[in-house]
Design a protein around this ligand. Structure first.
Ligand code: MEV
Length: 322
């Protein structure tokens, strides 16, 4: 029976979260924390899923319905079985370095790695773009109607300019002069719920919020230009403006503001919440030599702080025995 291991990175959104759901562009980068998935074809009728991180196991019937935290993994596996024309079931073991429920794209990275691992176990190596499309089906189970940015950047790696319904463009960027610092508010958040709240605000005040959305879109277009030119001071300033727009749509919190201001005061080029908000992580951009100082200032109030490089490698099949 075939066996394969695949991995995929988590992500942080540098610009445009929430506004991306309504069609504005966004920029995300893959970060150097990965989800690893082992898939072993069983020939049975079940998709068995084990998560080492969550300490959970569950079984699902191929093509059947389900629920619970491991069901999205089974959906990703089922998509890959169908795509690769594999008859029978699979056992999937997930091991992830990406903190869950933190806005770092852990569910998308797991879905992306699952699709790649299951297909590879059946002898099929899928293009990253196709892996992303199949993983999106699992993301719909987790988040409702996500924009698709998380699975896209996890599959492609590097920096990605993304527009829902249009697609992704990889941005040519040299991130070597800077580091990304991520700090946890300690409060988990629910992406689906935050997205619904923001859209409800937009629908309640369309003539006001329309300006905020268009400002966010213009900001992202401008940020893409600075990113490709390596103009990190400008990028940091735009991150701060983007944070203001996210506060305007109601997804910041006291804990987020404290982390954002600490990062800026400790010398970050820019800092903002990242992902859905309401909790989760903030992201700061800092010159490589200042990142330690920024991280130290954040550690005084945050239990989890990462200084992460931007990860150039997206989804990757690491081992295959077929
Ligand atoms: C979540 O990582 C980012 C949001 O923009 C939702 C989405 O893009 O689906 C808040």
């Amino acid at each position: 029976m075939g066996r394969a291991v695949a991995s995929a990175p988590g992500k942080t959104i540098l610009f445009g979260e929430h506004f991306v759901v309504a069609g504005e562009p966004a920029i995300a980068v893959a970060v150097g924390l990965r989800a690893r998935v082992e898939a072993v074809l069983t020939g049975g009728r079940e998709i068995e899923v084990e998560s080492r991180n969550l300490g959970l196991r569950a079984s699902f019937t191929v093509g059947g319905d389900g629920g619970g935290p491991l069901y999205p993994v089974a959906v990703a596996a089922a998509e890959a079985l169908r795509e690769a024309g594999i008859e029978g079931g699979v056992r999937v073991v997930v091991d992830s370095e990406i903190p869950p429920a933190a806005g770092m794209g852990s569910s998308a990275a797991v879905a992306v790695a699952t699709v790649a691992a299951v297909a590879a176990a059946g002898g099929v190596e899928l293009e990253p773009g196709r892996v992303s499309e199949l993983a999106y089906r699992a993301e719909e189970v987790v988040h409702g109607k996500p924009s698709g940015i998380d699975n896209t950047v996890s599959a492609l790696g590097g920096a990605v300019l993304y527009r829902k319904g249009v697609g992704a463009r990889s941005l040519e960027a040299d991130f070597s002069p800077v580091s990304i610092v991520l700090a946890d508010t300690g409060r988990p958040r629910n992406t689906g719920e935050m997205v619904r709240r923001v859209l409800e605000l937009r629908d309640a005040f369309p003539e006001v919020l329309g300006h905020v959305y268009r400002a966010a879109g213009a900001l992202v277009e401008r940020a893409a230009v600075h990113l490709e030119r390596g103009e990190f001071e400008a990028l940091g300033r735009l991150m701060n403006v983007n944070h203001g727009l996210l506060s305007a749509v109601g997804v910041s919190t006291v804990e987020i503001e404290e982390l954002v201001y600490r990062a800026r005061e400790a010398g970050a080029l820019g800092a903002k919440l990242t992902g859905a908000g309401g909790g989760g992580f903030i992201v700061a951009l800092a010159w490589r030599e200042s990142a330690g100082k920024v991280a130290e200032a954040l550690r005084e109030v945050s239990g989890r702080v990462y200084v992460a490089p931007v990860e150039a490698v997206g989804v990757r099949v690491e081992e295959r025995d077929i």
